[in-house]
Design a protein around this ligand. Structure first.
Ligand code: ADP
Length: 540
C-alpha cells in the first residue's frame, strides 16, 4: 500500500484504508513475518511517522522484530529485559506511554539512539487476555500526536494477529500429535462427520479398506454395505446395529465383537469401539477403531478344540483299556477258581495265560500309542525301530483284522507284487495303515468298498513303496484339506457328527516323515478320499 495511491481525503480515510488492509491480511491468515511489517508500514503512513517498530516478548526479553522508517537500522537489533528502560516498562503496562523530546535517556537500551530527535515517541503495549505480548513504538510528528487511539487500535490488531497465530500453531501442533497417535495405533481408525460421511482414515485403515474400494467421502451406508460386517456369530449387521451408526446417534460403543469375510475368503475378527465426537456439546461425528483379534480368536478356538479332543481321547482310552483289562481280570478269576477247585489242567492254564498275555500286549500297544501322542504333542521325534518288513503282508493282515468289525464294508488289498520289503518300524507303520483304513471305514458310513493298493515306483533314480488307501465315502471339504494333517483339525462335515479326535493323521504324517516319506490326500466332498503314502526303499 503506497501513500500516494490513497486519495488525499484526510487522515481518517487513510487510517480506515490502513485498518482494512490489516483486516484483510489477518483474514487471509498471512504468516507473522508478513503481517508485522504491514503494521509497521501502516503506522508510518497513518501517522506520517519518522519511525515505527514492533517488539515481541519471549523468555522475559523484549526484542525488536521489525522496524521501518528513519531509525529502522538502529532500532532493529535492539533487545532489553521486560521492565528495563522505557520500552521494557511500557511493554508491562496497559496504556500508551508518550516520551517527549528531551526526556529520553541516552543510555536507554532501545530508545537511546532517538534521544536527540525532535519527535515525541509513543510506546503502546501489545496485550491479549492479560498477557503482555510486546510493544508497538512510533516516533510521530507533534501534529499527528493529538489522537493516539488509532495507534492503540493498531496494537490491538497486532495482539489479535499474535494470538491467532499462537492458537493456529497450537492447533497445528495438536493436530500433528493426534495424527501421530492415530497413525501409531497400528489399528484401523475411521472418522465420520455428522452427515455419516467418511472424512478421515489412518494409513492402517486405508490399506485395510482398499480391498473393498472404500474411500474418504463414502457414506457409512456404503462402507457397511461394501464390507459386509457381521456380528460375532456371522450374521450380517443391519446399518443401525453397527458401532459407527450407534456412535453417530450419541452412544459410546465399546468392544463390540464383529466378523468380516475378506475378499480372499478368509475371516477376521474385530473388537470395534466407536465414540461420538462433540463440538460445544453438539454431535459432530464419530470415530471408530477396529482392534484385530483374529489370532486371539483362533487361539481360543484351537484351545477349545484341544480341550474337547483331550476329553474325547481320555474317553476313548479308558474305553479301549477297559476291554483288555476286563479280559485279564476274567482270566485271572477263572484260573483262581480252577486252581482252588483242584482242577489243574496245564493246557487250559496255558491257554488262559496266553489270553492274559494277548490282553497285556494290547494294553502295551495302546500305552505306546499314547506315548507317541505325547511325543507328538511335545514336538519330539519318535525313536524308530527299523527292520525289513513286507508291506503287502502288513496291509493284508491289517485289512483282515479291521474287516471283523466292519461287516458292511468290503476291504480289498491289491498288489501286483507278491511282497514288498521295506525297512521300517513295524508297529508305527501298522499304526499308519490302521489309521488310514479305519478312517476310510469310519468316513464311509454307507458301507462302500475300501481299497488298499501296494506298489513300487521308481522316481528320480530312487525306489519308493507306495501305499494308496481309497474310499468313496463322505470326502473332505476343500476348505479343510490344507489343514487335515494338523493336530486336532477335524473337517467341518465330520466334527460333531462322527466320533474322532483329530490326532490320527497328524501322528501318521509324523511317522511317515520320520521314515523319509510323504503322505498326501486328494478328496472331493461327497465323493470320497484317496490317501497316498510314499516310503523310500533302501535300494533302487
Ligand atoms: P479323527 O478321525 O480321529 O477325527 P484323524 O486325524 O484321523 O482324526 O482325521 C482328521 C480328520 O480328517 C477327520 O476328523 C476327518 O474330518 C478327516 N478325514 C480323515 N480321513 C478321512 C476320510 N477317509 N474321509 C473323510 N474324511 C476324513
Amino acid at each position: 500500500m503506497e501513500q500516494e495511491q490513497l486519495p488525499g481525503t484526510g487522515l481518517k480515510q487513510v487510517q480506515l484504508a490502513a485498518i482494512r488492509e490489516i483486516f484483510r491480511a489477518t483474514a487471509m491468515a498471512l504468516p507473522l513475518p508478513e503481517i508485522l511489517p504491514l503494521i509497521a508500514n501502516v503506522t508510518i503512513i497513518a501517522f506520517d511517522a519518522r519511525s515505527a517498530w514492533l517488539m515481541l516478548t519471549a523468555d522475559g526479553q523484549l526484542q525488536t522484530q521489525v522496524a521501518r522508517g528513519e531509525h529502522a537500522n538502529v532500532l532493529m537489533p535492539t533487545v532489553c529485559s521486560l521492565g528495563e528502560g522505557a520500552a521494557g516498562v511500557a511493554a508491562m503496562g496497559t496504556t500508551p506511554t508518550t516520551l517527549w523530546p528531551g526526556t529520553i535517556d541516552q543510555a536507554d537500551p532501545v530508545l537511546g539512539s532517538l534521544a536527540g530527535h525532535a519527535e515525541p515517541v509513543v510506546l503502546v503495549p501489545i496485550v491479549a487476555a492479560g498477557r503482555h505480548l510486546g510493544l508497538l513504538g512510533a516516533a510521530v510528528p507533534l501534529d499527528t500526536l493529538q489522537d493516539t487511539s488509532f495507534l492503540v487500535t493498531l496494537a490491538e490488531q497486532a495482539a489479535l494477529v499474535l494470538e491467532s497465530t499462537r492458537l493456529r500453531g497450537e492447533a497445528q501442533t495438536w493436530r500433528r500429535r493426534l495424527d501421530a497417535v492415530v497413525e501409531q495405533l497400528g489399528q484401523p481408525v475411521l472418522v465420520y462427520d455428522r452427515d455419516s460421511a467418511l472424512v478421515a482414515l489412518n494409513a492402517e485403515a486405508q490399506a485395510w479398506l482398499s480391498a473393498w474400494e472404500v474411500r474418504p467421502g463414502d457414506s457409512l451406508a456404503t462402507v457397511v454395505k461394501r464390507l459386509g460386517l457381521c456380528d460375532h456369530e456371522g450374521r450380517l449387521l443391519a446399518l443401525d446395529q453397527t458401532a459407527e451408526a450407534r456412535a453417530l446417534k450419541g452412544t459410546v460403543v465399546r468392544s463390540l465383537e464383529q466378523r468380516l469375510a475378506l475378499p480372499d475368503g478368509s475371516e477376521r475378527f474385530y473388537l470395534t469401539s466407536a465414540v461420538p465426537l462433540r463440538t460445544d456439546g453438539q454431535l459432530d461425528g464419530a470415530v471408530v477403531i477396529f482392534h484385530d483379534i483374529t489370532e486371539r480368536a483362533q487361539l481360543l478356538a484351537t484351545a477349545e478344540a484341544t480341550l474337547q479332543a483331550r476329553d474325547e481321547l481320555m474317553a476313548l482310552l479308558s474305553h479301549d483299556l477297559k476291554s483288555p483289562l476286563t479280559a485279564v481280570m476274567g482270566q485271572a478269576q477263572l484260573m483262581r477258581r480252577r486252581l482252588t477247585g483242584g482242577e489243574v489242567d496245564p493246557a487250559r492254564l496255558l491257554r488262559g495265560l496266553g489270553s492274559v498275555e494277548a490282553a497285556a500286549r494290547q494294553m502295551h500297544a495302546l500305552l505306546d500309542e499314547l506315548l507317541d501322542l505325547a511325543r507328538l504333542q511335545a514336538g519330539r521325534s519318535l525313536p524308530l525301530n527299523r527292520q525289513p518288513h513286507d508291506l503287502v503282508a502288513m496291509a493284508r493282515h491289517m485289512a483282515e483284522r479291521l474287516q471283523i468289525g466292519a461287516e458292511r464294508h468290503d476291504l480289498r488289498v491289491t498288489s501286483a507284487l507278491p511282497e514288498l520289503m521295506c525297512v521300517c518300524d513295524e508297529r508305527r507303520m501298522e499304526r499308519v495303515m490302521e489309521n488310514l483304513l479305519s478312517n476310510a471305514i469310519k468316513y464311509s458310513p454307507t458301507g462302500s468298498p475300501v481299497t488298499v493298493c501296494i506298489a513300487r515306483q521308481e522316481d528320480a533314480g530312487r525306489a519308493w513303496a507306495v501305499v494308496v488307501v481309497t474310499d468313496t465315502g463322505i470326502g473332505i471339504p476343500s476348505a479343510d484339506l490344507p489343514r487335515i494333517f494338523e493336530r486336532f483339525h477335524r473337517a467341518s462335515n465330520t466334527a460333531g457328527r462322527i466320533y474322532g479326535t483329530g490326532l490320527g493323521l497328524a501322528s501318521a504324517r509324523r511317522i511317515v516323515e520320520q521314515h523319509g516319506g510323504t503322505i498326501e490326500v486328494t478328496s472331493v466332498e461327497g465323493q470320497g478320499s484317496t490317501f497316498t503314502v510314499r516310503l523310500p526303499l533302501e535300494s533302487a
